[in-house]
Design a protein around this ligand. Structure first.
Ligand code: HEM
Length: 408
C-alpha cells in the first residue's frame, strides 16, 4: 500500500515496498498479538517491506531472509538496534556485540547453560514450580500470568544469581516496570535502579563468590588474565535479567492459553507425562507456533540484499512467528502437530546469537507443565472474568490469563 498524507518514503525505498504497519499497535478485538504479523502474509504484502512507523524500519517475512539476517552479521549488526531507536542504548553482553568480540562473553556464558548444566537445575526448578502451583490447586482459579508465569522465571533468575527468594517481589516490580511501563521517567529510573541492584550484587559476589552464575561472571578473567570491564559485567547481568523473563512469561502464557482452549492437547500432555521424549517433542511444537520474540538488526553499510537497496543504519525487524509458519519450510504450518518430527523453528534465533538460555527456557516450560498437570485437573479459560489485554512489540503477549478448574 502506498501511503498518502505521510512523509515521503526515504529515497532508497521503492514506493511499492512501503506498508503502513505498527508492530506495537494491536487493533481492538485482536485476541492474539501475533495475528497482526500473520495478517500481513494473508494480505500478500512484499516479503521485504518498509514501514515509516516507529522511526521507520524494514520487515523481513521470508524464513530464508530472516535466517540470513540472523547469520550475516557483516550486514545485519546487533549493535544499537532498538526500534524505535534509542541512542545510546546499553551494549548488552553478548547480544549487542558482533563477532568476533561477541565471543568473549558468549564463551563465558555458554558452559553454564548447556543441556547437562540445565539438567542439573531441574530439581530446584521443580521445587520452585511446585511451591507456586500447590496453593493454586485448592483455589480452583487463578490469573496464570500474575500467579505463575511472571513469578516462575523471576524466581529462576534469583536462583541462577544466588539471590534469596525473599527478594522476589522486589525483582518482580523491577521487571514489571521494565517490560510494561510506557512512562519515560519511570523507565529511565527503572533502568538506573536495575543497574544499581546489579552493581551491588556483583560487588557482593566479588567479595564472597558462591556457586552461582553472577559469581562466575564477576570472577572470570579475560585473555590477558584481567577481570572483565565492569561495564561489560553489568551489561551481561542486565541482559540475563531481561532476556529470560518476559520471553518465558509470555511463552508460558501462550501455551497455557492454547491448552485451556484445547482439551485434546491437555490430554495429549497428560498421556505423555512419563515419556520425556514425546513430552519435549510436543513442547518444541508449541515453541514453534508460539514464537513471542521479534528481533532487531541494524544495517552496517549501504548495500543490496535480495535486490532491495538497504542503507547504513536502517533498522530491520525479524518476526520469528512468521518464519515459523513459512509453508516453504514447514508442512501444514498453521496446524499444531504435537508429534511434528522435523522442527527447524527459529524461536530462539539462529547463528552466532542463538539463545544461550534455550535449554533452560525449554526446561522451565517442561517442568512447569509437568507439575501443573500433576496437580491441576482439566482447566479452561474463566468465562466469568474479563479477558486481559494484549501487547505487541519486541515480545508479544498478554497482561492476564484467567483460568479455572474443579477444586480438589
Ligand atoms: C522462551 C524463552 C526465550 C526465548 C523465546 C528467547 C529468544 C531468544 C532469541 C530469539 C535470541 C537471539 C537474539 C538475537 O539474535 O539478537 C536470544 C538470545 C539470548 N537469550 Fe534468549 N530466549 C528465551 C529465554 C532465555 C533465557 C531463559 C535466558 C537466560 C537465562 C536467555 C538468554 C539469552 C541470551 C544471553 C541471549 C544472547 C545470546 C548471544 O547474543 O550470544 N534467553 N534469546
Amino acid at each position: 500500500m502506498t501511503l498518502q498524507f505521510q512523509p515521503p518514503p526515504p529515497d532508497h525505498v521503492a514506493p511499492e515496498r512501503m506498508v503502513e504497519f505498527d508492530f506495537f499497535h494491536i487493533p481492538p478485538g485482536v485476541g492474539d498479538p501475533a495475528e497482526i504479523w500473520h495478517d500481513l502474509v494473508r494480505r500478500g504484502v512484499p516479503e521485504i517491506f518498509y514501514t515509516p512507523r516507529n522511526g521507520g524500519h524494514w520487515v523481513f517475512l521470508d524464513y530464508a531472509d530472516i535466517v540470513e539476517a540472523y547469520r550475516d552479521y557483516s550486514i545485519f549488526s546487533t549493535y544499537q538496534t532498538p526500534v524505535p531507536p534509542i541512542e545510546p542504548f546499553p551494549v548488552v553482553q553478548p547480544q549487542a556485540v558482533d563477532p568476533p568480540a561477541h565471543n568473549t562473553f558468549r564463551r563465558l556464558l555458554a558452559p553454564m547453560f548447556t543441556p547437562i548444566a540445565v539438567r542439573g537445575m531441574t530439581d530446584e526448578l521443580r521445587r520452585r514450580a511446585d511451591q507456586l502451583i500447590e496453593p493454586l490447586a485448592e483455589r480452583g482459579h487463578c490469573d496464570f500470568i500474575g500467579d505463575f508465569a511472571e513469578r516462575f522465571p523471576t524466581g529462576t533468575f534469583l536462583y541462577l544469581f544466588g539471590l534469596p527468594e525473599s527478594r522476589l517481589d522486589e525483582f518482580l516490580a523491577l521487571a514489571n516496570t521494565f517490560f510494561r511501563s510506557t512512562d519515560p521517567a519511570a523507565r529511565a529510573g527503572n533502568i538506573t535502579a536495575i543497574y544499581a541492584v546489579l552493581d551491588q550484587l556483583f560487588r557482593d559476589k566479588q567479595a564472597n563468590p558462591g556457586d552461582d552464575i553472577a559469581s562466575a561472571i564477576v570472577t572470570a578473567r579475560n585473555e590477558a588474565g584481567e577481570p572483565h570491564d565492569w561495564t561489560d559485567v553489568l551489561n551481561c547481568g542486565f541482559l540475563l535479567f531481561v532476556a529470560g523473563l518476559d520471553t518465558v512469561t509470555n511463552t508460558l502464557a501462550y501455551i497455557w492459553r492454547y491448552l485451556a482452549t484445547t482439551p485434546a492437547a491437555q490430554q495429549h500432555f497428560r498421556d505423555q507425562l512419563d515419556d520425556p521424549d514425546a513430552f519435549l517433542r510436543a513442547i518444541e511444537e508449541l515453541m514453534r507456533i508460539n514464537a513471542v520474540s521479534n528481533l532487531f538488526r541494524r544495517v552496517t553499510h549501504d548495500c543490496e540484499f535480495r535486490g532491495v537497496q538497504l542503507r547504513r543504519n536502517d533498522r530491520v525487524v525479524l518476526p520469528n512467528t512468521v518464519a515459523n509458519r513459512d509453508p516453504r519450510v514447514f508442512a501444514d504450518p498453521q496446524t499444531i502437530d504435537l508429534d511434528r518430527a522435523v522442527n527447524v523453528h527459529v524461536t530462539f534465533g539462529v547463528g552466532p546469537h542463538r539463545c544461550v538460555g534455550s535449554h533452560l527456557a525449554k526446561r522451565e516450560v517442561m517442568v512447569a507443565l509437568q507439575e501443573w498437570l500433576r496437580r491441576i485437573p482439566p482447566f479452561e479459560l474463566d468465562p466469568d472474568q474479563p479477558a486481559g489485554s494484549v501487547f505487541g512489540g519486541s515480545v508479544m503477549g498478554f497482561t492476564s490469563l484467567r483460568l479455572r478448574w474443579d477444586r480438589r
